[in-house]
Design a protein around this ligand. Structure first.
Ligand SMILES: *Cc1c(COP(=O)(O)O)cnc(C)c1O
Length: 360
């Protein structure tokens, strides 16, 4: 069996240990005689799996007791809608920061529900930086402030948490959750689709401060109301059971790695190896302001785009896949989430050097 080195932005690489464990437990989960996929979500076995996953996530992120953790479906895109539906709380306005494709999509979705004040927009420099808080124009009566912690396509990441006083801070953390420690207490709500840095697509994690739940005005349909899911402990309807199980295995794996702070050190090293090489050559280029470069998604272009196809073909021959950039931005993108080992990044840099030497 040969596994590729997978630089996909999502669904993305998972730790091999996790996949092996899932394979081992596929037909018979711990003597239960069934696969997790076949279990009732209300049975003792699955309830235990879900409770353990939540406990481990709480431990890894240091989630305070007054925050609820929800395992939902619908992806981050569904949260683009659920956030305004639930958090406007009768207020007419919300503040959004636009740092790229995902920030922009969140804004477009929110506009259906309220007046969006774009407090900062990095479009003046092609979405290649994270606007400093001093340049944000927050409104006084905003229901919440929304930003995207890591722009998965543009490769722009906030390495700081905005300060919004009493106004709840809402964060799309889809592509960098669990890659670095964050102080959850600074946020009103955090959401993340699982398929970037956690597990399979189909699971979405929402972490919400208790006092923000049940305040929606007007009262939303049940499925769209966080309160429904909080009251039912994410079992109002059938949750994405297998996704929760795999996420739970990933949380256990993260704990074995030493937790989020230890994984952050590995992520810093992986990103350093790749950016150091990018900065050392004119053959490749990353457009993002150095202070705001993503540790998770590294877009880069070749000096001559006519070489792109050959670059990708050579990469594939060496077992490196999904390096083609997003269709919006072109060029290349290497996603190097938690589960990407340093050796994978080193293999990429070795190949980039070889290619530049041959074609430069
Ligand atoms: C992938 C991604 C999304 C969209 O996720 P879906 O699960 O496809 O809805 C939103 N925001 C960010 C930052 C992402 O990386």
């Amino acid at each position: 069996m040969a596994r590729v080195i997978n630089f996909s932005a999502g669904p993305a690489v998972l730790p091999e240990e996790v996949l092996r464990q899932a394979a081992e437990e596929m037909l018979d989960w711990r003597g239960s005689g069934q696969s997790v996929m076949e279990m009732s979500h209300r049975g003792k076995d699955f309830m235990g799996i879900a409770a353990q996953a939540e406990a481990d996530l709480r431990e890894l992120m240091g989630i305070p007791a007054d925050y609820k953790v929800l395992f939902l479906q619908g992806g981050a895109s569904f949260q683009f809608e659920m956030v305004p539906i639930n958090l406007l709380r009768g207020k007419p306005r919300a503040d959004y920061v636009n740092t790229g494709v995902w920030g922009d999509k969140a804004i477009k979705a929110a506009k259906t529900f309220c007046h969006v004040n774009v407090a900062a927009d990095a479009g003046d420099k092609g979405y290649t930086y994270a606007p400093a808080q001093a340049d944000w124009r927050l409104s006084r009566d905003a229901a919440y402030v929304h930003y995207t912690a890591n722009e998965t396509i543009g490769g722009v990441e906030f390495n700081w948490v905005p300060e919004t006083g009493d106004v709840p801070l809402v964060c799309d953390m889809s592509s960098n959750i669990l890659s670095r420690p964050v102080d959850v207490g600074r946020f009103g709500l955090i959401y993340a689709g699982a398929q970037k840095n956690i597990g399979p697509a189909g699971l979405t994690i929402v972490i919400v401060r208790e006092d923000l739940v049940g305040q929606a005005q007007p009262k939303p349909p049940a499925m769209l109301d966080y309160k429904t899911h909080v009251d039912a402990e994410s079992m109002y309807n059938t949750p994405p059971t297998y996704g929760i199980y795999i996420a739970g295995l990933v949380f256990q794996w993260l704990k074995r790695q030493g937790g989020v702070a230890a994984v952050e050190q590995k992520n810093i090293e992986k990103a350093r190896v790749l950016y150091d090489y990018l900065d050392s050559t004119d053959f490749y280029r990353n457009p993002v302001a150095p202070a705001d470069r993503s540790r998770m998604n590294v877009p880069f272009t070749l000096k001559d785009p006519a070489l792109d196809a050959d670059f990708l073909k050579g990469a594939e021959e060496r077992g490196m896949v999904q390096l083609k950039g997003h269709r919006i931005s072109g060029g290349m993108r290497a996603s190097i989430y938690n589960a990407m080992p340093l050796a994978g990044v080193q293999a990429l840099v070795d190949y980039m050097k070889e290619f530049a030497a041959a074609r430069g």
